[in-house]
Write a protein that binds this ligand. Sequence first.
Ligand SMILES: [Zn+2]
Length: 273
Amino acid sequence: MPIEGICYNKYLYNNILFNTKNKHYNNTIYQNNSISFGSNQEKSSPKNTKAIIGLISGLGAITAGFLLFKKWNPKSVKELAEHIDFVKADKIEDAIKFAKDNLGVKLNVDGQLKTANWINEALVNLSNKTKGKVLLPKEIKIHKFWCEELQGRYNPFTRTVQLSKIYFGKAFEKDFEKVKKLGYLDNRLLTLYHEIGHGIHLTVSNIFNELFGSLKFKKIISPVKDDLTKYLGGKYYTKCEGETFAQIFGKKMCGEKLPEYAEKIWEQIGGKY
Ligand SMILES: [Zn+2]
C-alpha cells in the first residue's frame, strides 16, 4: 500500500491484514494487496507527537493551498512519442540516457541498474497505454524517508516522485527477502503509478482539492464511500480527492477494470486516460 505525505504511526498498520492475489500486467508481475483494518487494537502515538505532526502538516497544507489555489499548468513537458520501444540497458548510464531521451525523466536511482530498467519499462508501458499523452514527472529518485512505512511521495513543487530507499533502493536489489518480509514489496508498480497520478491530478484540479477534496467530491463519493474505500485498499484512499484520483489512476494503469461506480467517480473528478 503506498503511503505518502504524512508519516503514519507504524502501530496503525500493525493490524492490517493482507489478502494477496497474483496478477500479471504487461510482463510485470505484482501482487495486489487488498487490506482491511483489524480490530480495535490500534495503539496511538503520544499526544504531543500527534499535535506536532498535525501542526506541521496543517501549516504546510495551508501554505501550499495559498500558493497553488489553481489548476497547475506544467511548462516544458516533454512531448512523448505515441509508441516507445523499451530497451533494457546493460549499463546504468544507458538506462539514465534512455529515460531522459525517450521519457523526459531524470532518473536518480543510486546507480542501481535493475531499478532503473524496472522504472523505464513501467514508464514506457504507461506512455504507450496513453499513446504518449500521459504527464510524467520531471524526476524519479530514490529517497530516504523519515519513517519506514512511507513508500513513495510526490513533490508538486519539483515534480519529483520520491521512492523509498527501503522498497525501491538498495534493499530491493540486495536484500530482497528482508523487504519481502515487510509485506509491501509487490505493490511497487501500483505505488509508482499512484505517485505519478498525483501530478496528473494537479493538472485537472488544484492543490486544495488534492489535499482535502471539494464539497463536490465529498458529495460524489458519499453514496459509495464504503465500497470505494474497500476497493481502493483502505480509508487512506478516500480521505481526499488527490488520493482517490491517484489510486484509481494507479489501478487503471496497472490494467485493472474498475467497477462501474468507480469509473463514474473517476470521470467526475476529471479522470484522464
Ligand atoms: Zn497518494
